[in-house]
Design a protein around this ligand. Sequence first.
Ligand code: NAP
Length: 484
Amino acid sequence: MVARVIPVDDFDLVIFGGTGDLARRKILPGLYRRFWSEQMPPAARIIGAARTDQDSDAWRAFVREAIEEFVSPAKRVPETVEAFLDCLSYVPIDAMGTDGWADLRALMRPEAVQAFYFSVAPSLFGPIAERLKDNAIARDDARIVVEKPFGRDLETAKALNATLATHFDEAQIYRIDHYLGKETVQNLMAVRFANMLFEPLWNAQYIDHVQITVAETVGVGGRGSYYDKSGAMRDMVQNHLMQLLCLTAMEPPAHFEPNAVRDEKLKVIRALDPVEPGDIVRGQYQAGADGASYLDDVEDSASRTESFVAMKLHISNWRWNGTPFYLRTGKRMKSRMSEIVIQFKEPPHNIFTEAVSPRCNILTIRLQPDEGIDLRMTIKEPGPGGMRLVEVPMDMTFAEALGPEVADIPDAYERLIMDVIRGNQTLFMRGDEVEAAWGWTDPIIAGWTRSEHVPLPYEPGTAGPEDALILLYRDGRRWREISA
Ligand code: NAP
């Protein structure tokens, strides 16, 4: 099976923060992989920009090292790496200063697609946007890509949106949530809207509940000072988990087109009920055999920031009335796992007798590890001995179902960057979506601050605090096991 690829136009991509961690680990290796698979036009130009005073050769050496570290050996063909490096140049620019902008303008070509990736601290988004316009660098059809965090509450998100809107139209702004670039997340839309099988059942009448889990094994590590001001709610729920919830719960859009999809996602956020304090559990990891406690990982030894959160949500609309959505995310958990679990209801009447009762169907959309989709079905156990029922998986792990070539899944970043070049905003958050998500999150965080809420301690390597398990037990349900 050969993948069909929609080609992209020739482009000039400027990466502000081209010497940073995100550029080194994700953006540049991702672009190289696209180049290697001949999906990047050979004339395309990638321009690094940051304060570090260096020439293009020095930046190319940095990118070569990034490719060596983050691209698999099979794709590191020496001639291809050299050809990719030939597409690169570097301009020293201080985002707050006046130097370097004329040099950048001189490098930009009038006919190529223009994209500017703001891989810098959010405080620099405004100054860069302003200088791109004041120095007549960005055209009216230029695209800008902005990274998370997009604000830390509704007020700051609104201010950031307003600043960007001074210089760019909404149609030019690409707010990245890399979860939306994951193949399985898009597959969720394919499963729902390209098959007849699921959508008629995709509602409160047939779905018992939904679980969304994003579990990490790592602690806050070197990000302690940033994370402690943020916590799991701001760092994960407001953006990534909220986006997964929206794609799972939204109505079918009329078209697979940016505003049609984003309108439907926005309606989900607006239909969320406020969360009852008893429906939410916050935790903080303790010290374990292989690592320090949260409080040792951050500067403030009395911090009340959560490294884990679990909650039960209700979506107040016709489709979902009565079907709870349970969300949880945390650090230092048992294994690294992200998945959406759709648990269907039991058949209304059991025609089988005694101990043989059918189990619920469970559809699992696995984001990591091993992206894929798994559907649990009940069938008769083969062989003699009467009617015995057994649960079997219909596993569609992409690598097995489609073959290694097609299932060589592109990193979320590389896919999203190519969507920017194509001018496709479908998988990017619109300004009003981000604001609505903060508008829902803010009162929860404000409630914790007001009540001086202290997160519950939890053992590293577990599924979080016991109270998170109880959140489901009390409804007669249980979380799926966190396992790799
Ligand atoms: P980082 O490693 O600290 O890099 C910051 C970059 O900004 C560097 O290239 C730095 O280069 C440049 N920079 C700083 N001040 C500048 C200025 N005044 N003018 C021009 N360039 C300046 O940060 P990062 O981890 O790459 O993160 C970048 C952005 O992505 C942040 O908004 C972060 O929240 C977001 N993000 C990062 C990750 C990740 O995995 N790293 C994940 C999600 C989101 P010079 O020092 O040479 O100027």
